[in-house]
Ligand binder design. Structure first.
Ligand code: KIV
Length: 268
């Protein structure tokens, strides 16, 4: 008898659409490296996002703007290799989603060709419809990102709750019509997300958008207590790994200083 187990069935755009259609909540979290992606995949998270938030969370910048396409590819390759079941979506970092459409297509194609990941995420709605259509036509699934757009921070003058229901609904509809397989909605009143979700047939994934969406996404480092300083109102800390790491480092330090580590059993 073979002891090999079959790899789990991969989540695809079709899986997500079917989940949305039967009202089953979609779960999505960020991942930037192999061990984290493996743990989240094993936990059963449906979608892993290699977000450009890695500029802030991992690289320590104060906005998402500095991370480069090469750096996204470097992280995406680790996440793509670690994931067995989750669909992996990779952010197009600034300005790959703002400049010539051909460059966006090239950047998106690199994600599929070099990282084993499955889709890209692009900030913007109606004004990005042509770009979304071109990327999808080239064979790369696109998740649109409407509402608060972190790459637009300097135009918006900060990270602000987005309240314009009419504009946001038309952004989401334009993205859907252009071929986006899902729409991520960031930082809007719950009533706005409700209106968007009712207006489109593709899954909506909310962050700071209330409950009336097809799924939720958060930044993993926030939910496990690995970010320090400000965390947004919409996140929730489910564990305190920061404390666990600090305590482990202190214990190691004490053991090394007191001669308790390494023991005879830990030596050759
Ligand atoms: O970059 C990111 O992690 C994101 C999430 C905040 C949705 O876009």
């Amino acid at each position: 008898m073979s002891t090999e187990t079959n790899p789990p069935k991969r989540v695809t755009t079709r899986t997500l659409q079917a989940m949305r259609d039967r009202g089953q909540a979609i779960t999505m979290l960020t991942a930037y490296d192999f061990p984290t992606a493996k743990l989240l995949d094993e936990a059963g998270i449906d979608v892993l996002l290699v977000g450009d938030s890695l500029a802030m969370v991992v690289q320590g910048h104060d906005t998402t703007l500095p991370v480069t396409m090469d750096q996204m590819i470097y992280h995406a390759e680790m996440v793509g290799r670690a994931s067995q079941r989750a669909m992996v979506v990779v952010d197009l970092p600034f300005p790959e989603g703002q400049i010539e459409i051909t460059r966006s297509i090239e950047a998106s194609a690199r994600v599929l060709k070099e990282t084993r990941c499955h889709a890209v995420k692009l900030e913007g709605g109606a004004e990005q419809a042509g770009r979304i259509e071109a990327i999808v036509t080239a064979g790369v699934p696109v998740m649109a990102h409407v509402g608060l757009r972190p790459q637009n921070i300097h135009v918006d003058g900060g990270y602000r709750l987005q309240r314009d229901t009419e504009k946001l609904v038309s952004d989401a509809k334009a993205a859907e019509e252009a071929g986006a397989f899902a729409v991520l909605i960031e930082c809007v009143p719950a009533s706005v997300a409700t209106a968007i979700t009712a207006a489109v047939k593709v899954p909506t994934i909310g962050i700071g958008a209330g409950r009336d969406v097809s799924g939720q996404v958060l930044v993993t480092h926030d939910i496990v207590g690995l970010t320090s300083g400000y965390t947004p109102k919409f996140t929730r800390q489910f564990a305190d790994l920061g404390k666990g790491m600090r305590d482990a480092a202190k214990e190691y330090l004490e053991q090394v200083r007191s001669g308790g580590f390494p023991s005879d059993q830990e030596s050759f």
